[in-house]
Design a protein around this ligand. Structure first.
Ligand code: SF4
Length: 381
């Protein structure tokens, strides 16, 4: 589906608002490889230097794309890793996905592979958005995080190459106890690069990230409120990733201002990737497929509900016990289970699992105290 205009656009917005997460995810991330030249401290995948011989082959990848196209809603397909550029068949797979109507996005590692030529190839193969990771505007902090000296400079080069190729740009930032004081100065850079979206990830202590400190619930609250304020004035869109309580904060803040919260009216971008109108959470609007075909609710919740080599990912998403349980907010436990925001938020199931071993437990990154048995609020901000 290409970006639409006029009537077509209005119909597209309506379709987004009606998207049924029990039937189709909004976004699918496929870890095409775990190979990566970097060894970032917070890597959920614990990426390795070499490709796994058991990775899905080109033919299996094509079959997977075909299967995914069986969701008749044109989900976003993010080619992620490891470093997806470590696969020689990447652009072939991207082009095939684009031809099947999937909205393709790419998250390369900032290495010497992010050349102008590869960025041109990405654009030609139908990649609609490219996302680079940047964890600080301070090169030393970013390099320390990535475990590679010169990574910051490489990221700058990659961004320039992607922009020259005309690829809309997204920046992904992971907030941890190490870099949380260095996030705000990044805004100036993002404005300069005319990024489409800033996706701010809040650490889930899994993979290599289990060794890193999370910020506490009060710090999450402060940072999410700062992001809410920024969203009113930034030239780019903001997404709080693995922090679904951003929706609770946005609703609270907009109510304080006397604004009405509402269902529908999603965002639409020129690259057609858009933004969901409902709260996406692990297994609810989101699905992750690992390099060996395991189908998980997200990359941060490493529980497999099946394998793409053996069954349809459409069936796994719609019918597996794990995915169905994650979409049933009446099963939530602790604070999240009592919370009047559980339908629009529900807390990060990945963080609950990483911290407590129970994917239905409360999200420890949220300090909200539920107000009692209030009727679920179906509105979104
Ligand atoms: S208590 Fe749970 S459901 Fe409620 S806002 Fe916090 S994280 Fe979300």
């Amino acid at each position: 589906m290409r970006p639409a205009a006029g009537k077509e656009r209005a119909a597209h917005d309506k379709a987004l608002a009606r998207l049924d997460f029990d039937r189709s995810p909004f976004t699918i991330a496929w870890e095409v490889t775990r190979a990566c030249a970097y060894s970032c401290k917070h890597c959920r995948a614990s990426a390795q230097p070499k490709r796994d011989p058991n990775e899905l082959s080109t033919e299996e990848g094509m079959a997977l794309v075909e299967d995914i196209a069986g969701f008749d809603t044109n989900p976003i397909l993010v080619f992620t890793g490891g470093d997806p550029l470590m696969r020689q068949d990447l652009f072939e797979l991207a082009s095939y996905a684009d031809s099947k109507g999937l909205r393709v996005s790419l998250t390369p590692t900032a290495t010497a592979l992010v050349t102008r030529k590869n960025m041109d190839k990405a654009a030609e193969s139908g990649v609609r958005r490219i996302a680079f990771s940047l964890d600080s505007a301070d090169s030393a902090i970013h390099d320390e995080f990535r475990g590679v000296e010169g990574s910051f400079e490489r990221t700058m080069e990659g961004i320039e190459n992607a922009r020259a190729a005309g690829l809309p740009l997204q920046i992904n930032t992971t907030v941890t106890g190490i870099n949380s004081d260095h996030i705000e100065p990044m805004v100036e850079l993002l404005e300069k690069w005319e990024v489409v979206q800033w996706s701010v990830f809040f650490l889930v202590p899994t993979g290599r990230g289990a060794q890193l400190p999370m910020i506490d619930a009060a710090q999450h609250e402060r940072m999410l409120n700062w992001l809410y304020d920024l969203s009113g004035k930034a030239s780019f869109d903001l997404k709080a990733t693995v922090a679904p309580h951003f929706r609770r904060i946005a609703i609270q803040r907009s109510r304080e201002k006397g604004e009405k919260t509402f269902v529908g009216a999603g965002y639409q971008y020129a690259d057609g990737l858009d933004r969901p109108t409902r709260g996406v959470n692990d297994g609810r609007g989101f699905m992750f497929i690992s390099h060996v075909g395991e189908v998980c609710p997200s990359g941060f919740l490493p529980l497999a509900a099946g394998n793409a080599r053996e069954e349809s990912v459409v069936d796994i998403y719609r019918d597996s016990e794990l995915f169905c349980r994650l979409r049933d907010d009446t099963l939530l436990e602790g604070k999240c289970g009592q919370c009047e925001y559980r339908e629009v938020c529900g807390g990060s199931r990945a963080r609950a699992y990483a911290v407590t071993g129970n994917y239905l437990a409360s999200d420890p990154a949220c300090q909200y105290q539920p107000q009692g048995q209030v009727a679920p609020d179906r509105s979104v901000a």
